[in-house]
Design a protein around this ligand. Structure first.
Ligand code: NAP
Ligand code: MG
Length: 475
């Protein structure tokens, strides 16, 4: 059991001023794996005050100092690798291999990238008629979700440190422990007191507290659209800048020259990786009408190559959903899907032999209409929809017929067509034939998928204000 009831405020682990706690459940066992404090407004105030007091000096720290802090954090992160992997497997339910290859690697990737980006970053620029200065935006409130416990904390924290912006982090209550390990690592890296603070607690108290706080200048949030909207409303009262990453319903466009097996692997890995709890998951798969029969057959054949089961067991590709709540949501979407479309594989209920744990059956619907509920709403589970198209223009039109625009995928051979489709999808990140991820590539959404960009140099810019100075005497 992890009973970690302290918050990290002003360079120290401190007791909560309240006595309420939150249990953290292991989704594979349904048992309580630990407890955290449900922080109070007073706790948050203390953290904001600490961040505010260090702001004048932290914002003036040199690039070299910031690089040194980031390097220490990256080293500390590597030293705690095994523990981070285990904790994420227990709190999120991610198979050990996924905790290592995706979650751990993304966390370290962002710290290393921030160092690289910072090395080339110019905080002052002579632009002919004026001099541009980029300065820390101020105290930043970070609110992160449970689906990527290290990726989302790491990208936000690394960018903020690179920009010299002190932060107050509220991690998701379902997955707080990886974030608390990160806080211990940051503590050891010797950042100035108050530059990094972590307050645990509920969305309603600490989350609303951050977005409404008059002494917080910027909020970076990742999570649901509903909460994103609340954050914007609260932030409006003090004209706070907000960055929001709110998920999507991303298209996978399969070209008619695509290898069917390759395309099916892309479609399936999109719903099986992290049990489909991925904001950028490609959950609407557009295939040429002529490919339908072969594609459906390959889905059924290849699904067993993604075994579902105990995340601590070797060879498992997909673990349980994060919570009972998430399991119920996914079930209700599968029920809707059974009315709206044809069930190709999967369905409601739990997979055989997995009665304990929030396991869902990997489910693929076919004969789906793009305007049905299962093709328009984010399900956040192992559920895919197959939609056929007659010609590429129709595929692109349907792909863009969504309120979201976070990501898109194209699978096929002809390079001109791949480029054409990539340019036509209205979304912030496109993957062509499962291309490798570049940590310097901006991540964020068009339309209702959000506002702003994270990762790399674009991520650092979020934590900066720009100032133009006119008539500066030359040095
Ligand atoms: P959520 O409520 O948006 O939670 C995300 C984060 O926001 C958590 O830290 C949460 O705190 C916090 N929060 C909750 N209410 C808040 C408020 N009023 N003000 C500020 N922060 C608040 O997401 P969820 O309920 O866990 O999941 C629901 C759905 O959201 C999912 O099914 C999925 O569709 C979507 N989602 C998207 C992403 C993404 O990556 N874009 C990630 C997660 C979920 P607590 O943990 O304490 O509640
Ligand atoms: Mg919620």
């Amino acid at each position: 059991m992890r009973n970690q009831l302290n918050h990290y405020i002003n360079g120290e682990w401190v007791e909560s001023t309240g006595s309420e706690t939150i249990d953290v459940i292991n989704p594979a066992t349904e048992e309580v794996m630990g407890t955290i404090s449900s922080g109070t407004e007073e706790d948050l105030d203390k953290a904001v005050k600490a961040a505010r007091s260090v702001f004048p000096s932290f914002s003036q720290s040199t690039k070299e100092q910031r690089i040194e802090w980031l390097e220490k954090i990256a080293n500390g992160y590597e030293a705690r690798k095994e523990e981070l992997i285990e904790v994420m497997t227990d709190e999120l339910g991610a198979p050990l291999s996924i905790s290592e290859e995706i979650h751990y690697e993304m966390g370290i990737g962002h710290f290393k990238q921030a160092i690289d980006s910072l090395e080339d970053f110019s905080f002052t620029e002579d632009r002919g008629g004026h001099t541009l200065m980029k300065e820390s935006i101020g105290v930043s409130g970070l609110i992160t979700p449970w689906n990527f416990p290290t990726n989302q904390t790491a990208t936000k924290i690394a960018s903020a440190i690179a920009a010299g912006s002190p932060v107050v982090l509220k991690p998701a209550s379902k997955t707080p422990f990886a974030a608390m390990i990160l806080a211990e690592i940051i503590d050891e890296a010797g950042l100035p007191k108050g530059a990094f603070n972590l307050v645990n607690g509920s969305g309603s108290v600490i989350g609303n507290g951050i977005s409404s706080h008059p002494d917080i200048d910027f909020v970076s949030f990742t999570g649901s659209g509903e909460v994103g909207e609340t954050i914007m409303k609260n932030a409006a009262k003090t004209i706070k800048k907000v960055a929001l990453e709110l998920g999507g319903k991303s298209p996978v466009i399969v070209l008619d020259d695509a290898d069917v097996e390759t395309a099916v692997k892309t479609a399936l890995s999109n719903i099986m990786t992290n049990t489909g709890q991925v904001c950028s998951a490609g959950t609407r798969v557009f295939i040429p009408q002529s490919m339908k029969e072969d594609f459906e057959k390959a889905i059924v054949d290849l699904l067993p190559t993604f075994p579902v089961g105990d995340p601590r067991k070797e060879g498992i590709a997909t673990g349980p959903l994060v919570s009972k709540e998430q399991w119920d949501t996914v079930q209700s979407y599968i029920e809707k899907g059974e009315k709206e479309a044809k069930l190709l594989v999967g369905g409601t209920g739990k997979p055989e032999g997995l009665e304990t744990g929030y396991y869902a059956r990997p489910t693929v619907f076919t004969d789906v209409s793009n305007d049905s509920v299962i093709a328009q709403e984010e399900i956040f589970g192992p559920v895919s929809t197959i939609i056929t198209y007659e010609d590429l223009d129709e595929a692109i039109r349907m792909a863009n017929d969504t309120v979201y625009g976070l990501a898109g995928y194209v699978v096929g051979k002809d390079s001109e067509t791949l480029r054409h489709v990539a340019s036509k999808i209205r979304a912030g990140r496109i993957k062509v034939n499962d291309g490798d991820t570049d940590f310097n590539g901006p991540f964020g959404g068009y339309k209702q998928s959000g506002i702003g960009r994270e990762w790399g140099d674009f991520g650092i810019e979020e934590y900066l204000e720009v100032k133009s100075v006119h008539g500066m005497p030359s040095s």
